[in-house]
Design a protein around this ligand. Structure first.
Ligand SMILES: Cc1cc2nc3c(=O)[nH]c(=O)nc-3n(C[C@H](O)[C@H](O)[C@H](O)COP(=O)(O)OP(=O)(O)OC[C@H]3O[C@@H](n4cnc5c(N)ncnc54)[C@H](O)[C@@H]3O)c2cc1C
Length: 388
């Protein structure tokens, strides 16, 4: 087996796949090899994601990345088609609905200024309009809401598989196994070493290891602020059905729920404790989620939890934003991580941006330099407040 490549990507989730796809599309003809430790993707974040896609962010860079990615997702089925077979990704645009109280309304009004200036179609509704729009809601404590009609969700596993099939057809190689560390020599990368001891060489190594990327980087003495944070999702069924399909609805507490066929998926990004923890706690649902749901909507009073799962955010505790770019201390070392819960929807743009930086030496489509790793040392965080 060959052990020399032009570019190595550690991690084979959606970031790696989008990067490899865009490199090929942008004309990178060198050899690319993706190393993935979890051949069934059982614990990878991408298939455990909720697949939410929206444009209602608080920073210009994230709105632009959303807008680019939205266009990609709209035509993904054709773009990833293989032998004339479309790649179905179940993209439903049921919208995002943010329920607002007296405290959050002025904050959203402020964020909407930047959204509007960039052409985001989100609209404000008062309490009465919110009730009319979603009749089952208890709106007594609400000052209004914001609805993003272009938003929705797609199936992350199908998206990942679509990318993977496509890049394999474009000559991207895969090796299954765990990368122990990145190899370096006089301030440049030279390759990677596997847990089994073999080495593979390349002048470019991209850290796309998601929630594990901070740990991997630390092994070569380069700290990046990416930590694993558990998020739990529950699929429920209610006795009392809802009239309409439920959009991705955010309660002022931060809890969210959305329709998924005849079921409802519920989650709450409540705690931030670090670790590779995949435990699903039913008590979290019963003691914390359910009372808020039942208060918001009588339909939730009688429900059944059908299943649930937990996955990891690649969480950046500093500004809750991605890190995209090369590392100034190590030539050839690139990072694409830290998406803090919005990586699925930003993967098309992130892969495109990093592809341009590697292949052309600069960002062309969207200037992603605000997301460089240098921002932390320069004390220039790009704080994203709209993370859930
Ligand atoms: C419950 C949940 C809900 C979410 N909801 C949304 C949402 O609604 N919208 C949204 O945009 N985002 C959402 N996200 C976030 C999104 O899933 C992630 O940001 C995104 O999937 C990150 O992609 P990735 O490729 O970086 O990570 P991953 O998919 O985790 O891929 C990284 C891969 O690296 C591999 N790896 C790690 N270390 C090594 C190593 N040493 N050697 C070899 N392989 C290695 C892992 O096995 C993994 O497969 C959610 C995440 C979770 C957990």
């Amino acid at each position: 087996m060959r052990n020399q490549f032009d570019l190595i990507i550690v991690g084979g989730g959606i970031m790696a796949a989008s990067l490899a796809y865009n490199l090929r599309k942008d004309g990178f003809t060198g050899s690319i090899c993706i190393f993935e430790k979890d051949s069934t993707y059982e614990y990878s974040s991408t298939p455990r994601s909720e697949g939410g896609i929206r444009q209602t962010f608080s920073t210009e860079i994230n709105i632009k990345m959303s807008q680019y990615s939205y266009q990609v997702y709209k035509k993904f089925e054709e773009e990833m088609a293989m032998d004339g077979e479309p790649c179905h990704i179940d993209f439903h645009q049921n919208g995002y609905l943010y329920l607002l109280n007296d405290k959050s309304l002025p904050i959203f009004k402020e964020i909407m200024k930047i959204q509007k200036s960039l052409g985001v179609r989100a609209d404000l509704m008062n309490q009465h309009e919110t009730k009319y729009f979603f009749p089952e809601l208890n709106v007594e404590d609400l000052a209004g809401s914001v609805f993003d009609p272009d938003a929705g969700n797609a199936d992350p596993y199908s998206v990942l598989q679509g990318y993977l099939k496509k890049i394999k057809s474009m000559g991207v190689s895969f090796i299954h196994g765990e990368v122990e560390t990145i190899l370096t020599e006089t301030q440049k990368v030279t390759g990677i070493k596997m847990k089994t001891g073999e080495s593979y060489h390349a002048p470019i190594v991209v850290n796309a290891a998601g929630a594990w990327s901070g740990e991997l980087s630390k092994k070569i003495g380069i700290e990046i602020p990416v930590k694993p944070v558990r998020r739990q999702l529950f699929s429920i069924d209610t006795t009392e059905k809802f009239k309409n399909t439920i959009p991705f609805t955010f309660d002022p507490t931060g809890l969210h729920f959305r329709g998924e066929g005849s079921k409802i998926v519920v989650g709450w990004a409540k705690d931030v404790s670090y670790g590779y923890d995949f435990k699903l706690e039913k008590s979290f649902f019963e003691e914390e989620i359910w009372p808020v749901l039942a208060e918001r909507c009588p339909n939730f009073e009688q429900l059944k939890v059908e299943r649930g799962w937990a996955g990891l955010y690649d969480y950046n505790p500093i500004d809750h934003n991605a890190i995209i770019g090369g590392h100034p201390a190590l030539k050839g070392y690139y990072i694409i991580s830290g998406f803090s819960g919005h990586g699925f929807q930003h993967a098309p743009a992130a892969g495109k941006g990093l592809s341009e930086l590697i292949h052309l030496g600069k960002f062309e489509t969207i200037d992603m330099s605000p997301l460089s790793v240098e921002r932390f040392a320069a004390n220039k965080p790009v704080l994203e407040t709209a993370v859930y």
